[in-house]
Write a protein that binds this ligand. Sequence first.
Ligand code: SF4
Ligand code: SF4
Length: 293
Amino acid sequence: MTDPGTTTPAHTHEGADGSHTHGDADASQAPTAPARPKLAVWKFASCDGCQLSLLNCEDELLSIAGAVHIAYFPEATRAVVEGPYELSLVEGSITTPEDVKRIHEIRAQSGTLVTIGACATAGGIQALRNWADVDEYRSIVYAHPEYLSTLDTSTGIASHVDVDYELRGCPVDKSQLVEVLAAFLGGRKPRIPTYSVCVECKLKGNVCVPIASGQPCLGPVTQAGCGALCPSYGRGCYGCFGPQDSTNTDSLTHQLRKLGMRWDDIVRVYRTFNAGAPEFEAASNKVAAGGAS
Ligand code: SF4
Ligand code: SF4
């Protein structure tokens, strides 16, 4: 994961109505609306769920709309304001040559670039193609695969351009999304926990799922953010938020074997939403190669 630096907004001189003000304006003039940084929301290969998390912010959405100028967000509005943009939120993974070109263009016109969700940070569920023969898939799924132009891999945004901050989740948690936006506006580092889902279970007083019911759970190696949603309903964690900052996948693999899981099933639990995250990719490759303890 990219080191979470501060998400300092570039200073803009744009008024709330989109008009431009000048730093040397006469102070005796009527006060202008506070400058609002321009926000753009971009989509690549994805299901739109993370963009919907932004629209689902409901209570906070009006405040967000008042604090930033929503300049490009096709999921929400057809109105388009040209860049550059002080903040770009990017959803989705890079899967075509056109995507590669477009993400470089977006990076060039973005002050701060934040990726939102597992697709944008780790390639998403579509990264399963990274272990498959894409040409074979194409020939099976499409009547005329010759019309398709696609890459052999699905990769996160940081594999192609510099990323200022990566927000995890499938989808992202809306409170964490609001925190990232608040941090950007405040010129500070987002306060996003990097400990594991197990900590959230303990904070909620959950009974540990694998201990109590023997179900597999990726909580020990998964970053917090969901509020231990699945374990709170008696189900093991599926790893939506990707690897936490000090994963011990060898230990988890050992525990999963003790629960009676087959090797190929253990490969599958690492290869879901965050299959392309380096720690989960390495763990699944190790198990698949028979190198696990
Ligand atoms: S991370 Fe999950 S919810 Fe977000 S766009 Fe990708 S598949 Fe959809
Ligand atoms: S249920 Fe899963 S996430 Fe919760 S404490 Fe147990 S191992 Fe950790």
